[in-house]
Design a binder for this molecule. Structure first.
Ligand code: FHN
Length: 571
């Protein structure tokens, strides 16, 4: 799977008859709190017979497989994974064992998988197919997720019969009829037993060299592990892994999900993923006409633009293990080279890259002929990068090195952003005052989809587990000049928590405190004005945060981020 490890970036395509309603059913536009529009049949409990009728309206006049492949290629993507069949059971290929497929059930009658496979062959793109092996809501006996529960009489059928008569034969079809298939992407392994999984494994022998993800059955790792939405903290050392990401809060096309992540955020997520050694599979949900939504087209074009200039820092690289995430950027590596991808440019033009290495030269990737002056000390490599960030999405520095590079033992203090503010995110905090054997302050995965508020790739994490006000999470910042900062914290408090629970912010010998209002649950974060902090002198300072939950459950209160906003902008 060398090609896959080097590829780093792929396009996920979720498409089916669910693109026709796009999350809206009989005028009801209400979104599900966490399921995308491709799940609408299940969360609105649409009867099978009624849902199947959607196929009669499936006539995507704008579908052109070649233009999909070229959009992926121009975005710098090296592989595509298409939903050959999602949980609704509709197949995008001509299946002999079902009549709920694009050729038999729609007026369109064209085999989408076949056309995409041909276009991929023509343009040198690897093709992977997603296949929902267990969940199938329209074929008798297919599994139905336990959190929506069966809602149609046909769901009472026999799962083994479904596997033998529909799922395994369909997997054989997609692996046998369309030329080379590089990846099989299983999903939601509900009810899968080792015996059933073995039947699918046997079907894979039709494609020597095919690789599969870790979702065929819960207990097996597959060739690579997959994560959804949030990149695992620290990556998964020693294991190939991929994160799949939505652009707008839904995998399938949706008229009701408009939370489009900025292209800067997507580019930084890709870099973040590569810096931890993973692959990034970015999703698009084409509409009922077969066109990519304009917001997706724009984002793919931006990613392509960045990748054309900076692809060397992504393709074929390995992650660079750090002890702790570096908020100002991420690092990838190839033999003899480090790529420092910078998100936050230093206000004084001096960037400390927290790496210890024998550095021979430093250049901007975009200006390879102009060496940048640098010095090395215990904190890392200090590079004179000048003021003004050349590419605000992410600017890449190339460090030519001798021997092996290692992460510095500590991270440099954080610089203010271009507005002079400090955005202190959970993922970059360190616990202070906790019992080291049982850290009270944890950085954990935030559930659900983060609102795309900033471009930071690690904003999906939160701080929790504050057992006493002595347990703190802290950040080090580099204040450019004496001044005052408004402090805003984003915190969440469960219903039923004590009404006098408080949040504290400690810095420069001051402690600010505020009562925490209940937000409904600890994952619903609302901004809270905490007060004003004064820094008498420029230089490094620690900013720490704590919660006093008055002895109530530590899971009841969490913090997402703390912002220090300059009272009068300082640069
Ligand atoms: O339920 C699906 C969902 O619709 C989508 O296909 C994602 C993509 O990773 N996988 C499932 C949930 O894990």
């Amino acid at each position: 799977m060398l090609w896959w490890k080097e590829a780093k970036l792929g396009l996920f395509i979720h498409w089916g008859v669910y693109a026709i309603p796009g999350g809206e059913w009989s005028g009801n536009q209400e979104k599900h709190p966490f399921l995308g529009a491709e799940w609408m049949m299940a969360y609105r409990k649409i009867p099978v017979a009624e849902y199947r009728k959607l196929a009669q309206q499936f006539h995507p006049a704008k579908f052109d497989a070649g233009s999909w492949v070229l959009a992926a290629k121009n975005a710098g993507m090296k592989y595509i994974v298409l939903t050959a069949k999602h949980h609704d059971g509709f197949a995008l290929f001509d299946s002999a064992v079902s009549d709920f497929d694009v050729v038999d059930a729609t007026p369109f009658k064209r085999d989408i998988v076949k056309e995409l496979a041909e276009a991929c062959q023509k343009h040198g793109m690897k093709l992977g197919l997603y296949y929902s092996q267990a969940q199938d809501w329209t074929h008798r006996g297919g599994a139905v997720s336990s959190f929506v529960k069966p809602w149609d009489e046909s769901h009472a059928g026999n799962f083994d019969e479904y596997v033998d008569q529909v799922a395994v034969p369909q997997v054989k079809e997609i692996l046998g009829k369309y030329g080379p298939i590089a990846v099989i992407w299983w999903d939601t392994p509900q009810d899968m037993t080792p015996e059933i999984a073995a039947k699918f494994q046997t079907a894979l022998t039709a494609q020597p060299g095919i690789i599969q993800n870790s979702r065929l059955i819960n207990s097996t790792p597959g060739d690579f592990r997959v994560f959804e939405g949030d990149v695992p903290v620290g990556g998964v050392p020693g294991t190939p892994w991929e994160v799949c990401v939505m652009m707008n809060g839904s995998w399938g096309y949706s008229r009701v999900h408009h939370e489009w992540a900025s292209s800067t955020k997507l580019i930084r997520q890709l870099i973040h993923t590569a810096s931890l050694g993973g692959n990034y599979l970015l999703n698009v949900g084409p509409d009922a006409d077969g066109a990519f939504p304009p917001e997706a087209v724009e984002r793919l074009a931006q990613i392509g633009d960045w990748m054309r200039a900076n692809g060397e820092a992504i393709y074929g690289t390995s992650g660079f293990p750090m002890k702790k995430l570096w908020q100002q950027g991420r690092i990838t590596q190839k033999p003899g080279k480090l790529f420092a991808c910078v998100f936050l440019w230093p206000s004084d033009g001096k960037l400390t890259i927290p790496v210890l290495a024998g550095v021979k030269s430093v250049v901007l990737l975009a200006q390879p002929d102009k060496p940048l002056p640098f010095t090395m000390d215990d904190a890392g490599i200090v590079v004179e990068v000048g003021r003004g960030m050349p590419d605000p999405r992410a600017t890449v520095l190339v460090l030519e090195i001798e021997g092996k590079a290692t992460a510095a033992g500590f991270l440099p203090a954080l610089d203010a952003d271009v507005s002079g503010a400090f955005d202190l995110l959970a993922a970059y905090a360190v616990p202070v005052g906790a019992d080291p054997s049982k850290p009270a302050v944890i950085v954990g995965k935030r559930e659900g989809t983060s609102p795309p508020l900033t471009g930071d790739p690690a904003e999906g994490f939160k701080l929790g587990g504050f057992a006493t006000p002595q347990e703190r999470a802290a950040w080090r910042i580099r204040v450019p000049k004496a001044g005052q900062y408004r402090v805003v914290a984003y915190a969440g408090l469960n219903k039923g928590m004590p009404g006098d629970a408080t949040i504290q912010v400690h810095a420069a010998g001051q402690t600010l405190q505020k009562v925490l209002p209940v937000t409904g649950d600890s994952q619903t974060f609302r901004p809270l004005e905490i007060g004003t902090l004064s820094f008498d002198a420029p230089g490094e300072h620690e900013v720490a945060v704590s919660l006093d939950l008055k002895g109530a459950a530590t899971s009841g209160g969490q913090i997402w981020r703390v912002q220090l906003l300059p009272q009068s902008p300082s640069k």
